[in-house]
Design a protein around this ligand. Structure first.
Ligand code: TNX
Length: 493
């Protein structure tokens, strides 16, 4: 029980173990579609390595013989909130309870970590499968525990995104922010503006050794598949269309979006800050309304991200006017607007969310009542190299060791942004230098679990306590086939 990441709120070990055996049944109580789906997902995680049938049954159905593992909603314990759970393990039973279904999902993730690492294997392993007896009660610190994936600089297909969702959800992250459009690529089909994906979807960043790299985009059906897969794992997809800068792919696809009506040539380098939508043209806002409207219809989550960073080719007054107008468009489609912290320069409604990364506008956003997500670049830009020897990654925000990504305090990170303004934390993975899922895994692991712990665990965090817990996860990643960085900061088991 001392290897869990994120660190639970309270853990009381007891004597003995519960042995997961071939005659274990998972009971769902109540056996609603949602609770049953969580139980089935957990069973699906445990079946390949154990080889056990692990049937899921309604708790109020025919009597269950053999060993019992129950998932139950407890309407009385509202102190568990929307995401908390209790996990009570005795030599005879496992009882997982939560106030809301998400808590059952998170308790299931904890349970996976309590089993031997071989449980993560895709093929039958010898076992045995002990779960240590004890009692865990666990609730999250922040409602927003995110990961941003840049699919614009290089495209990652549906299977890769599902893999990222699985790995993030295993550490109780609950937001996947998809950076869907940038200078180098447009990655989502928009039916009313088909050239965005058809033209803008063709390009990607040229690799450092000069190879053109294929683009790609999600059809709306692909995107819906990602959203549904994420939702089943209690991850909300937050789509981002970056604007008014970072828009060359759109400006290449449609001449009329440019102030001079000239289409821009496709761009496959890694400079930032040179592009801008035409702030004074009405067609710009028709375009945005159409894009936001289609995305809003495809996105059940509350949030739409409009970027707003590094608009270096837009002057300040234009920028402010643009952001205020676009924020109103997002609200008009029933969504809460999220933007990089530069949007703090505009007038914001208190429902807006500003994402801190570096340039110093988060306090201005918070002062207007907006909420803040913390993605400080020198801590959680996981596209930065670990150290000089890292073959992938950038260095503009520094080198980010595993300790650097973990060893900071969200509560006091930003002067002028008080704790009640904080919605949570989000790691960011920009993809200028990353082309494959192996690259993505290498940069995320082992740093991402530390950011997940900052988002989930309110107290008890410290680097010396974290190191040995993290070390125990190496064997899990091996069993999962995760390409992780074996940093010497940790004594891998
Ligand atoms: C800054 S952070 C950017 C991105 C780059 C990233 C590379 C931010 C809001 N803008 O456009 O991809 O640095 O680390």
């Amino acid at each position: 029980m001392n290897q869990l990441i994120p660190l639970p709120t309270s853990v009381q070990p007891a004597d003995g173990v519960f042995l997961l055996t071939a005659d274990t049944t998972i009971a769902a109580n109540p056996a609603t579609a949602e609770v049953t789906a969580i139980a089935e997902l957990l069973a699906a995680h445990l079946r390949p390595a154990t080889g056990y049938p692990l049937p899921v049954r309604p708790a109020d159905g025919p009597p269950i013989s053999g060993r019992l593992f129950s998932l139950a909603l407890d309407p009385a314990d509202s102190s568990l909130g929307d995401e908390g759970y209790t996990l009570h393990i005795t030599p005879d039973t496992v009882r997982l309870t939560a106030h809301q279904p998400a808590g059952l999902f998170y308790g299931g993730q904890t349970l996976r970590q309590l089993l031997p690492p071989a449980i993560e294997s895709a093929t039958p392993q010898p076992g045995p499968w002990p779960l240590p007896a004890g009692m865990i009660r666990d609730t999250p610190r922040f409602v927003w525990r995110g990961l941003m994936l840049d699919v614009a600089r290089h495209f990652f297909g549906v299977a890769d995104v599902k893999r990222v969702i699985d790995l993030a959800a295993a550490y109780k992250l609950n937001r996947l922010h998809l950076h869907l459009a940038d200078d180098q690529g447009w990655r989502i089909e928009i039916k009313s503006w088909p050239e965005l994906a058809r033209v803008g979807g063709q390009t990607a960043v040229t690799t450092a050794d000069g190879r053109a790299w294929p683009g790609g985009y999600y059809t709306q059906a692909d995107y819906a598949e990602i959203v549904a897969y994420a939702a089943a794992r209690y991850v909300t997809v937050v789509p981002e269309i970056d604007m008014p800068g970072h828009t060359n792919a759109a400006l290449a696809a449609y001449a009329e979006l440019n102030a001079d009506d000239q289409p821009r040539p496709p761009y496959t380098g890694i400079e930032v800050g040179f592009s801008s939508l035409a702030i004074d043209k009405e067609i710009t806002y028709r375009f945005i309304d159409d894009v936001i409207g289609e995305l809003a219809a495809l996105t059940p989550g509350d949030y739409l991200h409009i970027g707003g960073d590094e608009a270096l080719a837009t002057d300040k007054a234009d920028y402010v006017r643009f952001i205020e107008r676009v924020a109103a468009i997002v609200a008009g489609h029933g969504k809460r607007v999220v933007g990089w912290e530069e949007i703090g320069q505009a007038h914001l409604s208190p429902t807006a969310v500003a994402q801190h990364w570096a340039p110093g506008h988060a306090a201005a956003a918070a002062a207007q009542g907006a909420k803040v997500i913390l993605s400080p670049a020198p801590r959680v830009y996981l596209d930065m190299k670990y150290d000089e020897a890292t073959p992938l990654g950038l260095v503009w925000a520094g080198k980010i060791s595993v300790r650097t990504a973990y060893d900071w305090q969200p509560e006091t990170q930003l002067p002028g942004v008080s704790e009640d303004s904080l919605l949570g934390v989000e790691a960011a993975l920009w993809a200028e230098t990353l082309t494959t899922i192996d690259d993505v895994e290498f940069m995320l692991f082992p740093r991402l679990p530390g950011v997940a712990e900052l988002g989930w665990s309110a107290a008890g965090r410290d680097w010396e306590g974290y190191r040995p817990r993290l070390a125990a996860h190496g064997a899990r990643w091996e069993a999962m086939g995760v390409n992780f960085h074996r940093t010497e900061e940790v004594d891998w088991e």
